[in-house]
Ligand binder design. Structure first.
Ligand SMILES: [Cu+2]
Length: 461
């Protein structure tokens, strides 16, 4: 789906008519590739320069470059874009090269990079290279290290990549608006030695959050805390692709956080260790096993996991409101309340009224409620066993035997070996689940779990 656009426009005609066009073009600005694809694009293997294992950008892509002498040249175009958060919801954002977030920039330790930035936004901008050690004048802080880039202008950043690691780029220019509008991307610098920190699959994404009122398509940029769309690469479940990996693969996942709160990121069925932050690689002696790692605001955490358990493993933010799509936070807790009479009274005025919440909210995951245009259900998605009841920052790591080395296609739902799925057992409603004689042991919660309740309390002391 990559298309090329000629940014030179009318100028190109002039240049073509010029006798020195060859020299002008060689010295000029490289093309700015663009994409409108929403799904994870295949990793971009290096066709020139040092070798490396490229990353896969979740629901995103890598920016192609060209070599010009010793320099690796890239071209970012800051511009308004339309991003599909999930099928059924398009949001007007600002981004780079046709998408928000912008494409991942990949290069190699020791590379000299020249990054052209053309501003097609209605206001000025800059690009800051988060976590990277660059000359001060290349740091992209508008007013401090450079003039802002006015609309229609192109600036160039030039620096040598001193160290490998996981970094980000974003504006340092009207930041509140520009980051709230989605201007951000990841910048991965591979080690010069391709054997160093080698993994089989290397995923990357940045987290961003938005307040998009139901029925609208523009984020409210002044919001500070009460966001309703929690995204990975500006996608929400069920719009986030799964992470397909081969059984036994060493997998790295690099996660940037440009929201305004922390995200405890949890992977089921495995343990992992954080091996890299935006400050650099974590020494092996300083790593510890985790199943959830907190990604602070304005930081990157890259973890590595050996995918040693086949299955569809949930991978999500552990803040439960961040695995929901747009919801009303003013909802009262009706759990346990009898809303039938209340509903009857309201239905006399509003015949379609349907009370929610007296038995929890799971019903919302399976129900189709009439909704405003361009609005996603709060919780949704169907798996092989029923409704998934998720939204926001949720997807699956799909560990499978025999996947192709660079196959990133969705392998479909996991086929569980016989007898390995939790199942219903015969249990009559009449059967007592609590010990009827005597009070419950002190200091222990009365529990509805039959196996626990039937264990003689003496045996448990
Ligand atoms: Cu979160």
């Amino acid at each position: 789906m990559l298309s090329r656009r000629n940014l030179l426009g009318a100028t190109a005609v002039l240049v073509g008519a010029n006798a020195i066009s060859g020299r002008v073009q060689a010295a000029g600005i490289p093309e700015a590739p663009t994409t409108s694809a929403n799904s994870t694009q295949p990793p971009l293997f290096p066709a020139s320069g040092p070798d490396y294992q490229p990353v896969a950008t979740l629901n995103g892509w890598t920016l192609p470059w060209r070599m010009n002498g010793d320099w690796k040249e890239f071209h970012l175009v800051a511009e308004p874009v339309i991003r599909e958060f999930a099928p059924g919801m398009n949001v007007h954002l600002w981004g780079y090269n046709g998408q928000s977030p912008g494409p991942t920039i990949e290069a190699v330790e020791g590379d000299k990079v020249r990054i052209f930035v053309t501003n097609k936004l209605p206001e000025h901008t800059t690009v800051h290279w988060h976590g990277m050690h660059v000359p001060n004048g290349m740091d992209g802080v508008g007013g401090v290290t450079q003039p802002h880039i006015d609309p229609g202008k192109t600036f160039v950043y030039e620096f040598e990549l001193k160290r490998s690691g996981s970094f980000m780029y974003h504006p340092h220019s009207d930041e509140m608006v520009q980051m709230a509008m989605g201007m951000m991307g990841m910048f991965v610098v591979h080690p010069r030695d391709p054997k160093l920190y080698r993994v089989d699959r290397d995923f990357v994404f940045v987290m961003s959050s938005y307040l998009v009122d139901p029925g609208t398509s523009l984020p409210k940029v002044a919001e500070m805390t009460d966001f309703n769309m929690w995204t990975w690469n500006a996608r929400v479940f069920p719009g986030i692709d799964s992470l397909p990996v081969r059984l036994g693969d060493r997998v790295r996942v690099r996660i940037g956080n440009l929201t305004m709160t922390n995200h405890p990121i949890h992977l089921h069925g495995h343990s992992f260790a954080v091996t890299c932050t935006d400050g650099g690689w974590v020494p092996e002696s300083a790593r510890w096993p985790e199943a959830t790692t907190d990604v602070p605001v304005g930081a990157i955490r890259a973890f590595e996991v050996i995918a040693d358990a086949p299955g569809d493993w949930a991978f999500h933010c552990h803040k439960s409101h961040h695995t929901m799509n747009a919801m009303g936070h003013n909802t009262h807790n009706f759990i346990g309340a009898d809303l039938k009479n209340f509903a009857k009274a309201v239905q006399r005025v509003v015949p379609d009224f349907h009370p929610m919440g007296s038995e929890g909210m799971a019903a919302m995951g399976a129900m189709e409620h009439p909704m405003p245009d361009n609005t996603l259900p709060m919780m949704t998605g169907f798996g092989q066993f029923g409704p998934i009841e998720m939204g926001g920052m949720f997807t699956l790591m799909k560990v499978r035997e025999g996947l192709g080395a660079n196959d990133y296609g969705d392998p479909g739902p996991y086929r569980h070996p016989e007898g390995t799925v939790a199942r219903e057992v015969e249990a009559s409603a009449q059967e007592p689940v609590h010990r009827s004689e005597g009070p419950a042991p002190r200091g222990r919660l009365a529990t509805a779990g039959a196996a626990v309740a039937r264990t003689p309390s003496k045996a448990r002391r």
